[in-house]
Design a protein around this ligand. Structure first.
Ligand SMILES: *Cc1c(COP(=O)(O)O)cnc(C)c1O
Length: 486
């Protein structure tokens, strides 16, 4: 048997390359990422042709390994350059992401060391790093020391954790679910509906509270809705406010809503996945006032902190609620029971998990907060600059951006505006130097501009304005001041 084991060992050892072999693997991969970064500023942001992605199917998993050079080439030909390039500063659609380089090195550290970040007993340093980051965010939000949180995979899972915490904290019983009422607006992110459904609350009543003309929840309408629900024997229990809606970038009136939640005994959840990190901007902070009164808050570091995809954060005012909703015992984990370090596994559906700490810790400590504040302020001003210039071109524009989203549409002399703007968007996509998306609000088709990539600067916005003007000319509409705007 020893002989057989030794034979197997000789083959299995290929899994542990030595220093020289590591370099042979690393060089082509690093070469690929370096080329990617060097070419990024001039590379298109959107490719209509996505046929390269099919190449992956021609390279199935087989018995023997392939050359790292070949694999790096495949990455280049089949993955990057296909569809959207979210790392590009030209990404002005949806809510743009980031991709700070030191975060990639943080992931590298996490993967090489494979620290166990689920339970403090196993990885006290790894867990404490995440807890430090959670404490920093809790302070930013204005939560007291009782607060706890979790670094999740993204905003959707962070919202799910908050909904489950709220359900347990408010003691929502299964038999009562059809009588319970949660409040939000038509602009509440759809991941909240998904979270309610996953949390067994699909039969609960969802009340879309009316909004004002800038898509913010109307506090008086909320009060009226709660009163009506109580009068009808229903059980109001959850209020979801948005600090930065995805569609319009609006911020619900957080402080007045918080007062109503308090008076009515509702769990107050603020989904600040998009807008939360604008707390770092002194000029915008007052707009977000009231977040500190929430019971739970979601922030998305892969949006407002420009980190690569794969990190969201949930913060809960009282850590006990978070823990009670998620901690369970297991006999085989008895050594870990007495915890000195608050364990992520007791605060999320995950047990073993990616150590997300270093991808956030490394950029924050390496750069310090100054460039983050500057970048967020810059994005806000770029959005206002764009709105002004777009209006100058003759576009009908939405509200002045509170954060960094602008809505706009062209109203042609004749014909259907929705069809016109759809065609305009199609032409912008086939250009591809900049990528924008659209939405439908009040039954109208709007183009959206969302500025949140750390790589988006004046040059990008000016380029996009030129693209708009030239597509309009192509479509027979002058970018001169438009009669509708007079
Ligand atoms: C992006 C976003 C989400 C969802 O977050 P993911 O990280 O994409 O899962 C939830 N709410 C708001 C307001 C968002 O902008």
């Amino acid at each position: 048997m020893r002989e057989r084991i030794e034979e197997l060992e000789a083959v299995a050892r290929r899994l542990e390359p030595n220093a020289e072999e590591r370099a042979r693997i690393r060089d082509p991969v690093i070469g690929f990422t370096e080329r990617f970064l060097e070419e990024l500023a001039e590379a298109p942001c959107y490719h209509l042709d996505q046929s390269g992605a099919r190449r992956l199917g021609q390279l199935p998993v087989g018995e023997s390994g392939l050359d790292p050079e070949v694999l790096a080439e495949v990455l280049e030909g089949a993955v990057t350059g296909q569809g959207l390039n979210p790392a590009s500063g030209g990404h002005l659609g949806y809510i743009p992401g980031g991709g700070l380089y030191p975060a990639a090195l943080g992931d590298y550290v996490a993967a090489v060391t494979n620290e166990y970040a689920g339970i403090g007993f196993a990885g006290p340093g790894a867990v404490e790093m995440e807890n430090q980051l959670i404490r920093w965010m809790a302070e930013l939000v204005g939560f007291p020391e009782t607060a706890g949180g979790n670094l999740a995979s993204g905003g959707s899972v962070a919202n799910l954790i908050a909904v489950v915490t709220a359900r347990e904290a408010r003691g929502v019983r299964a038999v009562d679910v059809p009588r319970t009422v949660a409040y939000g607006t038509d602009q509440t992110h759809h991941c909240v509906a998904k979270a309610l459904h996953i949390a067994g609350l699909g039969e609960a009543v969802w009340r879309s509270v009316p909004m004002d003309s800038t898509y913010r929840m109307d506090p008086q309408a909320l009060r009226d809705a709660v009163a009506q629900d109580r009068a009808a024997g229903r059980i109001p229990w959850l209020l979801v406010a948005s600090a930065g809606t995805t569609d319009a970038g609006s911020v619900d009136p957080l402080a007045p809503l918080g007062r109503i939640a308090e008076e009515e005994g509702l769990w107050y959840h603020v989904d600040a996945a998009y807008g939360g990190f604008f707390l770092l901007v002194p000029e915008i902070r007052p707009l977000l006032q009231g977040m500190a009164e929430a019971d739970s808050v979601v922030l998305d570091p892969h949006k407002g902190l420009f980190l690569p995809y794969g990190i969201g954060a949930v913060l809960v005012r009282d850590d006990d609620h978070l823990r009670q909703a998620h901690a369970r015992d297991a006999a085989y984990l008895q050594d870990a029971a007495a915890e000195e370090w608050a364990s992520p596994a007791d605060r999320s559906p995950e047990l073993t998990k990616h150590w997300r700490g270093p991808r956030m810790w490394l950029p924050l400590l390496l750069f310090g907060l100054q460039p983050f504040r500057a970048a967020l302020t810059e994005k806000h001003l770029l959005a206002r600059y764009f709105r002004k210039r777009a209006r100058g071109l003759g576009f009908e524009v939405g509200p002045e951006p509170e954060l960094s989203v602008v809505l706009y549409r062209w109203v042609p002399e004749d014909g259907d505006p929705d069809a016109f703007n759809r065609e305009l968007l199609k032409r912008l996509h086939s250009d591809g130097r900049v990528f924008v998306s659209s939405t439908t609000l009040d039954g109208r088709f709007y183009l959206r501009l969302a500025i949140l990539s750390f790589r988006t600067h004046l040059r990008t916005v000016d380029l996009y304005l030129e693209m708009l003007a030239s597509v309009l000319r192509e479509m027979g509409e002058g970018p001169e001041p438009h009669p509708h705007q007079a």
